[in-house]
Design a protein around this ligand. Structure first.
Ligand code: FUB
Length: 330
C-alpha cells in the first residue's frame, strides 16, 4: 500500500529510529549519519557515527519536530573505539536509560548504558559496557509489569556470526542453506537496568509449519534491527532481512517467543539498510524508518521518515510500499 510519508529531520541525516512515548510526548532516538569519507564496504565501516541527537513532537504527521541537541558522543565514552550505531531508551522510576552499540578499542561491538533524568538527555555513560554484551541494535521492550527486555544482534558488520551460545568463536561462522538461521537475542534486564539479568536467549522465528527459519531463507530470516511491540495482547517481533532489504514481523505469546513469521511490513526502500520502530501515539499507529532518497542513494546518508501503520481485522500488519516516499511531505 502507498502511504503519505513525512521526512522528520530534513536538514540533517538521521537513521535507525527508536521511538517511545514519555510523559505524553513522542521521543525519537535515531543514529546520526554524516559524511565521514570512509569507503562503503560489507563491514559497515562507512557508518562511522560519532554522536546522537534526540527529537520530540506532540503531532507526528504535522507538528514541529524539536531537536534537543547533543545527547551523547563517542568522545565522552571511556571505553570507546568507534561507530555509535542504533540506540534505544527506556524509562524506569523517573530515570532514562540509553543503550548504545559501540566498537571498543579492539574493534568489537559491545553495548553501553548511559543515564539521564530527562528523556532528551544529555545522557551520562557508564565507564564500562554491559557485562556479556555483544553485537548491535539494542531495542528495549517495557512489558508493563516491571520487567524490561533487550532484543539485539545483527549479521555481517554487526558481528553476530562471531558468537554461539553467548561465547565468542575462534572464527566467525555464517550458517547457509538449510541450516538454522542465526537468531536475534533477547535478555531480561536487571532491576537496576544496567546489566543482563540472565544469559541472552535466541529469538526463534518459525515458519508456517512450525519449523525454524533457515539461513537460506533470506527473504524472511532475521538479519538486524530488532523491534518489539504489543498489539491486542500479542507480541510482535519485527526486524530487517538485511541483504533482501525488507522489514518483516513474527507474532508470539510472550516476550521470549517462539514467534511465527507473518509477513512484510515495508518493502525495500531506496538505500541498502532498512530499520524501523513501531509506536502508538494519540490513538494511531506509526512506522518510523529511513531511506536514502534525499541523499540521492548514498547508503550511509539516511533520512528519517514516518507514515501511519494499519492492521487488518485479524491483527495482520498491512504491507507498506517502501517506495511511496515520493509523496514527500516536510
Ligand atoms: O546504522 C548502522 C546500522 O545500519 C544499524 O545498526 C543497522 O540496523 C543498519 O540500519
Amino acid at each position: 500500500m502507498k502511504k503519505e510519508m513525512r521526512y522528520l529531520v530534513p536538514g540533517d541525516y538521521m537513521a535507525d529510529p527508536a521511538v517511545h512515548v514519555f510523559n505524553d510526548r513522542l521521543y525519537i532516538y535515531p543514529s546520526h549519519d554524516w559524511e565521514s569519507g570512509i569507503e562503503e564496504n560489507d563491514n559497515g565501516d562507512h557508518f562511522d557515527m560519532k554522536d546522537y541527537h534526540v527529537f520530540s513532537t506532540d503531532d507526528v504527521m504535522q507538528g514541529e519536530i524539536i531537536d534537543h541537541g547533543l545527547a551523547l558522543q563517542v568522545a565522552d565514552i571511556l571505553w570507546a573505539g568507534r561507530q555509535l550505531w542504533d540506540c534505544d531508551v527506556a524509562l524506569k522510576d523517573g530515570m532514562y536509560y540509553m543503550y548504545f552499540p559501540l566498537k571498543d578499542q579492539n574493534d568489537i561491538f559491545r553495548i553501553g548504558v548511559a543515564i539521564s533524568n530527562r528523556p532528551e538527555g544529555p545522557f551520562i555513560p557508564l565507564p564500562d559496557p554491559m557485562r556479556g554484551s555483544y553485537s548491535i541494535d539494542p531495542a528495549i521492550f517495557d512489558n508493563g509489569d516491571g520487567e524490561y527486555y533487550m532484543y539485539f544482534g545483527g549479521l555481517w558488520g554487526g558481528q553476530l556470526q562471531r558468537y554461539r551460545d553467548n561465547k565468542a568463536l575462534e572464527c566467525a561462522v555464517l550458517p547457509e542453506g538449510n541450516e538454522a538461521a542465526l537468531p536475534a537475542r533477547v535478555a531480561k534486564l536487571s532491576s537496576d537496568m544496567l546489566q543482563f539479568a540472565e544469559e541472552p536467549r535466541p529469538v526463534i522465528i518459525l515458519d508456517e509449519h512450525g519449523k525454524p527459519l533457515t539461513a537460506g531463507d533470506n527473504e524472511r530470516r532475521f538479519f538486524e534491527a530488532s523491534w518489539m511491540h504489543k498489539y491486542n495482547g500479542k507480541y510482535y517481533f519485527s526486524y530487517s532481512t538485511g541483504d533482501t532489504h525488507r522489514l518483516c514481523y513474527a507474532i508470539g505469546d510472550n516476550p521470549y517467543g517462539p514467534f511465527t513469521y507473518q509477513g512484510v511490513i515495508l518493502t525495500p526502500v531506496v538505500g541498502w539498510t532498512t530499520h524501523h520502530a513501531i509506536a502508538e501515539f494519540k490513538g494511531k499507529w506509526y512506522l518510523f524508518h529511513h531511506d536514502c532518497v534525499p541523499s540521492k542513494g548514498k547508503t550511509w546518508l539516511r533520512s528519517l521518515k514516518v507514515c501511519e501503520l494499519e492492521y487488518d481485522a485479524q491483527g495482520r500488519i498491512i504491507t507498506i510500499d517502501g517506495q511511496s516516499s515520493h509523496a514527500l511531505k516536510q
